[in-house]
Design a protein around this ligand. Structure first.
Ligand code: B12
Length: 231
């Protein structure tokens, strides 16, 4: 069966979430519940809409993982609604279920919408480093007209690569990402720029600057990130 992306976009609209890409998985993509001729749709946030819907929701914001709980509820409900509307099975998968975690970044690369950045997160031509995945929908149908144009990485023409030189503790090097150094800095400066306005290295990237998270959204992620490693 073939479907268009329109009913998916329409169902996502009230959640503030976006369809960030899709592809037809092969068995080797490690998609749980894989079957032939199905599509995996990556769903996530870019821009302020998801944060606005989430932060005005009635879920307990003091819970350990309120955004994960919200994503599970919203995408769980949405997959039931879509399954009914489309008449095919729809299953929601989540990036935070694990370990072992599902390879969301590998899936994002397969969708052809992003490229690896020098500092870890995938980079999007428009949203830059300011997008993340809140889930994926495994739909038992092929999606028509969803192939993205072939784009080269926005990091290729970037000669300066300020993302690699801006971190105050040089957390990004050939050796990879120095998580302890990053966490030490966040812990030592609870009112510092990285904690209150998000990672300085990410903010140094010239791509997608209009999509830099709003202060409340940025702080929420950075505090959760710190707390999950240094409770
Ligand atoms: C564990 C984890 C971490 C750990 C370890 C990260 C690591 N790189 O191992 C820590 C705590 C350090 C971390 C930190 C952050 N993380 Co994190 N993390 C995860 C998590 C939960 C699991 C990663 C994992 O182990 N996956 C399993 C492996 C097997 O799958 P995979 O990652 O897709 O691996 C494939 C790809 O990486 C691919 N690949 C990678 N590079 C390249 C390059 C080429 C050329 C090719 C072909 C393939 C390729 O090959 C792998 C095999 O398929 C994911 C969510 C998820 N489920 O993916 C988020 C995730 C990767 N994190 C994310 C984010 C945003 C962050 C932070 C920015 C959080 C913050 N501080 O605000 C930092 C940034 C750290 C950094 N600079 O890298 C986002 C990235 C979004 C994006 N735009 O890409 C994710 C996807 C979560 C989400 N909900 O969207 N994270």
């Amino acid at each position: 069966m073939e479907i268009t992306p329109d009913p998916i976009d329409e169902a996502l609209k009230p959640t503030g979430l976006l369809r960030l890409g899709s592809f037809q998985p092969k068995e080797s993509d490690g998609v749980p519940g894989y079957q032939e001729k199905c599509s995996l749709v990556l769903v996530g946030n870019a821009g302020p809409e998801m944060w606005r819907v989430f932060s005005s929701s009635s879920l307990d914001q003091n819970d350990q993982n309120p955004l994960d709980n919200w994503s599970r509820q919203v995408l769980g409900d949405l997959s039931q609604v879509l399954a009914q509307r489309l008449g095919v099975s729809v299953q929601a998968l989540f990036p935070f279920d694990g370990p072992p975690y599902m390879p969301f970044q590998g899936w994002a690369l397969r969708s052809g919408t992003v490229h690896p950045s020098p500092i870890g997160p995938m980079i999007h031509e428009i949203y830059g480093l300011w997008h993340a995945y809140r889930g994926a929908l495994l739909i038992a149908a092929e999606i028509k007209g969803d192939a993205p144009e072939q784009i080269t990485s926005p990091c290729l023409p970037c000669a300066e690569k300020p993302c690699l030189t801006t971190c105050p503790v040089d957390a990004f090097s050939q050796a990879g990402y120095d998580l302890p150094a990053c966490l030490d800095l966040l812990e030592e400066h609870p009112n510092g720029d990285c904690l209150s306005a998000s990672c300085l290295a990410r903010r140094a990237c010239p791509v997608g600057r209009a999509f830099i998270y709003e202060p409340a959204h940025a702080r929420f992620h950075m505090e959760k990130f710190l707390k999950s490693h240094r409770p």
